[in-house]
Design a binder for this molecule. Sequence first.
Ligand SMILES: Nc1ncnc2c1ncn2[C@@H]1O[C@H](COP(=O)(O)OP(=O)(O)OP(=O)(O)O)[C@@H](O)[C@H]1O
Length: 358
Amino acid sequence: MIITKEQVLSALRNVEDPDLKKDLVTLHMIKDLEVEDKNIRFTLELTTPACPMKDMLKNACLNAIKYFVSQEALVEINITSRVTKPMDTTQLNNIKNIILVSSGKGGVGKSTVASNLAIALAKDGAKTGLIDADIYGPSVPTMFGLVSAKPSARETADGKTLILPIEKYGIKLLSLGFFADPDQPVPWRGPMASNAVKQLFNDADWGELDYLIVDLPPGTGDIHITITQSFPIAGAVIVTTPQQVALADTRKGLAMFQMPSINIPVLGVIENMSYFTPAELPENKYYIFGKDGGKALASTFNVPFLGEIPIVQSIGEGGDSGTPIALNAESPLSAVFAELAGKVAQQISIQNVGAVNC
Ligand SMILES: Nc1ncnc2c1ncn2[C@@H]1O[C@H](COP(=O)(O)OP(=O)(O)OP(=O)(O)O)[C@@H](O)[C@H]1O
């Protein structure tokens, strides 16, 4: 029996990406197809290395070939990824997707979420950067064990000075905290802070990035306006805790992104400190601050609910000791952050559908 490339492609036209709502051939996700007797080999190019549906799509391809082409086919699928970028925005340097992590209220775990998401994306193989734009209390230096680090700079051929982000745990990092004395509060005036934050984007040598995560200050202030109006933003992730006070502030924060003058896609809501699980009763979840507030908020604004993060001592300890919990493969929390990162990346891919995949 002779198998042709056309038969294989026509079988794969039956496999639809459930998020992107098109088949894999139309989405140009099938690459380097080779057919030799019963042997079929191709690359499945996903839109993110953090794709939560990797295995499902691979199995669907196998099944489609067995069903529509031949039960005897021997199929080898190599999975790679090329992160997509938004279609209708000018890219900033070589940065494909800028993702804002925002919260209406301080202290809800925004920096914890931003740092652990960045680590989870980098662990999946995505080229990831993190900007700590929290002028009130930059926490990235502490969370990454870089309290006394100072970035160096390099001169370009045309005489421009570029800051070199510090690399740690596979992530390129810049924080306003790197430029200030950790023991001295910096009384930023509005325009000064905005200019400093802009420099972190424009005057840094980021190289190529799939995702640049930005840890915003809490609330809705000058920095938010500056960043959303100056740079092409792929989307915002909203962090809240379950308490009513936090939810009320988060509602305002979320509404800001949906204002016509700002109009930034909200990729979804993450609820932090959702429940407490005692170490001796790992199956029990105590929703001590109330249940499903984040979910209800997401549904009110018609945006995805991305997931819950429990209150766990090791999350706080990881942040304080410069080793965020997502680095610890043994901790179940690393799986929680991997899943959240997958969902964020998935939402980005959905936003970017139809964009040129490069
Ligand atoms: N799920 C969690 N379980 C336990 N501790 C947590 C959790 N999430 C965050 N924390 C701790 O809560 C404190 C506040 O977290 P974080 O600094 O991430 O909040 P934030 O919203 O960025 O705060 P800020 O408004 O100061 O920027 C930190 O000490 C952090 O380690």
